[in-house]
Design a protein around this ligand. Structure first.
Ligand code: AMP
Length: 145
């Protein structure tokens, strides 16, 4: 069973440039930007450009491109924030915790002395997100990504 794609979901609107985001990376198949309600500092989302609700609706080529981009961006997030660990997650369906119906991958730095903030709960200050995005983008540029 394939979920129907809503072309007005918030990530579709970001992909079309109708809404802003703090972008750190873009290639032919994906973009990555800071999560606006980060569970930890550096929480970044990798979003395939393909219009798919979830992993099940994504083409194999789209999935491969998304994982490749996720690895590239996660390397930069790790170098930028020097966390103790990095969680990479992806939710399918509301019951699994998915709140935006366009497939995406979470890159969530984990710091040994900090618990995670709530999922999609508290909006971070714009200036903090902007500064974090600039730092990740600078690391990506340094890494030649
Ligand atoms: P999920 O619950 O897996 O669908 O994750 C959706 C994520 O998108 C959550 O972590 C939200 O904090 C995040 N989010 C929602 N709206 C925006 C937005 N406009 N820009 C960036 N991140 C967003």
């Amino acid at each position: 069973m394939q979920a129907e794609y809503d072309s007005n979901n918030i990530f579709a609107r970001i992909l079309r440039g109708e809404l802003p985001c703090f972008k750190v990376y873009e290639d032919a198949d994906t973009i990555a930007f800071m999560d606006i309600m980060p569970q930890s500092d550096g929480h970044t989302l990798v979003v395939p450009k393909e219009p798919a609700v979830d992993i099940f609706g994504l083409s194999e080529a789209g999935a491969a491109a998304a994982i490749r981009a996720t690895q590239i961006v996660a390397r930069a997030v790790r170098e930028t924030f020097a966390p103790d660990g990095v969680v990479i997650s992806q939710f399918n369906g509301a019951a699994a915790g998915q709140t935006v119906p366009h497939v995406h991958f979470h890159i969530v730095p984990r710091y040994a002395d900090q618990s995670l903030r709530g999922h999609a709960r508290d909006q971070q200050k714009m200036e903090v997100l902007k500064a974090h995005a600039e730092r990740v983008a600078a690391t990506l540029a340094k890494q030649g990504a």
